[in-house]
Design a protein around this ligand. Structure first.
Ligand code: FES
Length: 159
């Protein structure tokens, strides 16, 4: 019998917002997909693109980034930097045949446990529909060129 695909999803969350939302969801005993494994950073701007490429290479089927809403970043504009990288990263992962839906960025504040739950469940369903990540070995972790960031205009994600 064929084994059911149970995706591995890595969440890289800002300490000041999305990580707190995940904590609140846990305290509130909210049920959400158990596929998520969370890694905490002090700001979404700390998420170097190599973290994401490594996650895919080492076994993740999807990567969810979580940061403070625009205007709320504790380091002023770390989330804007994260957004620029995200836009570019989607193109980079495409070069390795990775569907861009496998990477998602969301602004989730510490009080938005319900949004955290909704996004996690939605994302898990998306990744399930895409199936296991193919060709991990082809991913070059240093493929991201930071010098291209200056040409990316951020379009704020407001959902
Ligand atoms: Fe949360 Fe910068 S402190 S995104």
């Amino acid at each position: 019998m064929e084994e059911k695909f149970n995706p591995k999803i890595i969440g890289i969350f800002c300490n000041w917002c999305t990580y707190l939302a995940a904590d609140l969801a846990g305290i509130s005993r909210m049920q959400y997909a158990a596929n998520l494994r969370i890694s905490r950073v002090m700001c979404s701007g700390r998420v170097h693109p190599e973290f994401v490429l490594w996650a895919f290479k080492k076994g993740a089927d999807g990567v969810l980034l979580g940061g403070c809403h625009p205007g709320d970043c504790h380091y002023i504009e770390g989330n804007y930097k994260a957004l620029r990288r995200y836009i570019l990263l989607k193109k980079v992962i495409g070069q390795f045949g990775i569907d861009e839906r496998r990477l998602r960025l969301e602004w989730i504040s510490g009080s938005e446990a319900d949004k955290l739950r909704r996004v996690t469940n939605e994302f898990t369903e998306t990744i399930k529909s895409l199936g296991p990540l193919p060709n991990r070995d082809d991913i070059e972790v240093d493929a991201f060129d930071e010098s291209e960031l200056k040409i990316v205009e951020p379009e704020y994600v407001t959902s």
